[in-house]
Design a protein. Structure first.
Length: 84
């Protein structure tokens, strides 16, 4: 079982490029997922965008984020399992 963290009750870790998968629930009931990073100092989710002069954080609204998990918390698929 995958242990998703409830947001904003639990905040993501502060370690740099942490690779967060976030679940977002919109007002119409639709659900989506996206990958982000999290900056603990500002408590904001972001993805890196390239502006022609270099990479910079592009902050997003966390208004509809309900849950998150770090990519490194996910179990890896077993190699060869699909061939057995």
């Amino acid at each position: 079982m995958i242990a998703w963290h409830k947001y904003p009750d639990e905040k993501p870790p502060a370690d740099g490029d942490n690779g967060i998968i976030a679940i977002t629930k919109e007002s119409d009931g639709s659900v989506s997922i996206a990958t982000y990073n999290y900056e603990a100092g500002t408590e904001k989710f972001y993805w890196d965008s390239y502006d022609g002069g270099g990479w910079s954080p592009d902050y997003i609204s966390d208004k509809n984020i309900t849950h998150w998990i770090c990519i490194n918390e996910l179990p890896l698929p077993q190699q060869g399992a699909e061939n057995e």
